[in-house]
Each structure stands twice: as structure tokens, then as C-alpha cells.
Design a protein around this ligand. Structure first.
Ligand code: PEP
Length: 253
């Protein structure tokens, strides 16, 4: 760990809609790698909902956490195809991603809905990772900081989060799955702005909330990104699908 911090960085792997039973071997390999070569980081995998229960069983007693990629705010009900935070927890998840840009963009999820999902996560005892990120048009218009700080303020259930573990992920939409990343200066500027909001909303607690960077993180760029002062971890999509790549990223923390 190259930075002075009391909070261990979080290395989170978002498998998205990838992974059948055989992929549990990748999760086992991640857990084994973390056991033998422990990074100075927390490591978590967010598989598709169909694998959560079996992955949680497969990794029981090990240090790699399992999380959901999304949840619905309600506890239960007539919501065909959806999964509640309680169901994720019941399946063995301890964390959940809310407000990923593929949900905000693909399903029209608003900040208010993301806030309700984060609240549901807390109700179920899950640690939420609340995602924010600007589009390319917004960045080109010079509005990136305004957009992400606005999303953050409107997506956090502040009273419910006081004293609770949670993380924020800054994921520029144009960097997800594209191989493009912002400059290190741009990452740091975004994280600084998000940190300022967190401290304003949560005082001392806000200084310790991990702010993850996400968007085309790979074993080559991870060390530089993780060395930025306000980067408290990474949210990794494509490069989390292979245990060797994901472990190489975790080793940079
Ligand atoms: C993501 O899905 O959150 C992500 C950052 O994807 P990728 O690493 O593939 O850009």
C-alpha cells in the first residue's frame, strides 16, 4: 500500500451478465490467490444473481466477499424478475452495487430510485456501493464534476447511511468497457469533488468512505490509478472475469 490511509481499499469485480456454474472455479481461484498472496485490500466479487448462493457457499470461511449487482427497494411483492436486498442477503451476499450506469442508462433508473435501493441494502444488512458517473457529452461540455456531485447528493440516503459501511464508485460512463480511461488528474479531480461532498454530508465519516474508480481498469493501469490519493479501490468489469487478471489488480492495492 503506497498511501497513508486507515481504510483498506476495496477491489470489487462486477461480472455483469457473465458466468455459468463453471465460472465458480474462477471465484475459487481468486479466493485461493488472496489466501496465499494477501493484498492489502478487501476483495469482493459481484456475480450474476444465479451464482450468488453457490459462490457464497464455495467461498465460505474465506476472505473474498460476494455481492449483488442490483436490488429492488421493496422487500417482496409482485415484481417479476426482480430481486430484493433481503433475497441477496439470504443467498449469502454481504454487499450490493446500486446505480451502476448500465442500470441508470439501460433502465432509466433515477437518483431517487438509486437512493431507495441503497436504503434497502442497509435495511437488509448489505454494504451498498453507490455508483455515479458522467457521460461523454457531459464531460465534453465541462459538466463532469457538476453531474457526479449532483448524482451523489441525490443518490445517498444520508440519515440511513450515518454510521454504516458504504462505498461510492466513480465510473465515467464513456470509460466502462471501452478501454479508455480518464487522465490520472481527471480521476483525482473527480474523487476530490466527491470527497468534499461526502465530508459535507457525513463530517468525519465522510473522510473514510472508500471512493472506488471504475472504467477499463486492468492489471497495467491499476497501480497508477490506485496510487491516487482519493482512490479507495477499483470497480472492475471485464478484467474481473479471469482470476489471474483480477488477482493482479488486487495485488496493486
Ligand atoms: C463496470 O462494469 O463497472 C466496469 C467498470 O467495467 P469495465 O471494467 O469492463 O470497464
Amino acid at each position: 500500500m503506497s498511501k497513508l490511509t486507515t481504510v483498506r481499499p476495496l477491489i470489487a469485480g462486477n461480472w455483469k451478465m457473465n458466468g455459468l456454474t463453471a465460472a465458480l472455479d474462477e471465484a475459487r481461484a481468486v479466493a485461493a490467490g488472496v489466501e496465499t498472496d494477501p493484498p492489502g485490500a478487501r476483495v469482493a466479487i459481484f456475480p450474476p444473481a444465479t451464482l450468488i448462493h453457490r459462490m457464497a457457499d464455495a467461498l465460505a470461511g474465506q476472505t473474498v466477499a460476494v455481492g449483488g449487482q442490483d436490488c429492488r427497494p421493496e422487500v417482496s411483492g409482485a415484481f417479476t424478475g426482480d430481486t430484493s436486498a433481503e433475497m441477496l442477503a439470504d443467498a449469502g451476499a454481504t454487499m450490493v452495487i446500486v446505480g451502476h450506469s448500465e442500470r441508470r442508462g439501460g433502465y432509466g433508473e433515477t437518483d431517487a430510485l438509486v437512493l431507495a435501493k441503497a436504503q434497502a441494502a442497509l435495511r437488509a444488512g448489505l454494504e451498498p456501493i453507490v455508483c455515479v458517473g458522467e457521460s461523454l457529452e457531459q464531460r465534453d461540455a465541462g459538466r463532469a464534476i457538476e453531474v457526479i456531485t449532483g448524482q451523489l447528493r441525490a443518490s445517498l440516503p444520508v440519515d440511513a447511511l450515518k454510521g454504516e459501511a458504504f462505498a461510492v464508485a466513480y465510473e465515467p460512463v464513456w470509460a466502462i468497457g471501452t478501454g479508455r480511461t480518464p487522465t490520472l488528474n481527471d480521476i483525482e479531480a473527480a474523487h476530490d469533488a466527491l470527497r468534499t461532498v461526502l465530508i459535507e454530508l457525513f463530517s468525519d465519516q465522510g473522510a473514510g468512505v472508500p471512493i472506488l474508480y471504475g472504467g477499463s481498469v486492468n492489471p497495467k493501469n491499476a497501480a497508477d490509478i490506485l496510487s491516487q490519493k482519493e482512490v479507495g479501490g477499483v470497480l472492475v468489469g471485464g478484467a474481473s472475469l479471469k482470476a489471474a487478471d483480477f488477482l493482479a489488480i488486487a495485488a496493486r492495492a
